[in-house]
Design a protein around this ligand. Sequence first.
Ligand code: F6P
Length: 335
Amino acid sequence: MNGGGDCAGLNAVTRAVVKRAEEYEWEVIGIRHGWEGLLNIDTVALTYKDVRDLINTGGTVLKTSRTNPSKRPNGSETVLENVKRLELDAVIAVGGDDTLSVAAMLYKKGLKIVGVPKTMDNDLSSTDFTFGFLSAVEEATHEVDNLKTTAESHDRIVIAELFGRHAGWVAAYAGIASGANLIILPEEPFDLDEVVSFVKKRYEMGEKSTTIVISEGATLKNLKTVDQGKVDEFGHVRLGGIGQYVADELEKRTKYDIRTAVLAHQIRGGQPTAFDRVLSTRFGLAAVDLIKEGKFGMMVSLRGTAITSVSLEESTAKRRTVDPQLLAVTKQVSY
Ligand code: F6P
């Protein structure tokens, strides 16, 4: 089962799970549309023949949703009853913080469940990388590279707003990799006056074009995030608009020509990179092995170059934000 926003590599996990399960002579049932598929039974039988060609595909053939069973009347009980009705011996939940928090809660209620860490945001603790992250970074880097050349041709300021709600991993990596001039992350509230003087200073030095990369969740000092006002079942408000906000303010305070680009779902979708294909495969195989070993309530994880496991409770206890070392790099490369 996949839950939350999709990302590149989900199908590669499914493929590896089916492969390993068949080696153990187990049957695999795909749960469709995240937790929704266990609330209103929506499943599909999977054999390796169905999934063997999926390693390089984007999105998820199982579909996904942001359904939260805790927000539905008798949601958790319904999930547990349906797992029994479907005669499932174990469940593999592939998701980020939200999906895996539900998994941790259901484990405490007796469900035999293991987790696989997924999110393009890379903000899950207890794993060095989630799959989907580096695929999104690759796309975002390419887009910012392109934005930079057109901005430079026109002597323009360009602001690229990237996905990243509480953690700026994608903006940090893509910003550094594309040589952006300024990288603004949710980890540290920023000062608009400083952004204005940064751009002005560059202009005075003859650098008439500036590329700014900003996370959707970046906040101005003393101001909340810029959002769209809509909230999902996990209580997350739909973000978006901080790039345009900064552009409008810059326009008011300077005479520069400014453009904004929102790099959001187009960097999340699409094919996984080779790294993510390998990581997804290793995670999928290891998740089945956790079941074989009876290690329920655990999540597979990457530590260094090794696949290991950690409790779902620990992995969802806190969010992983950009570490101080990488944060420092984003500043050291700003110019
Ligand atoms: O998958 C995580 C994420 O990419 C966040 O960075 C973003 O805020 C959110 O998903 C948007 O999700 P959607 O619009 O698909 O609900």
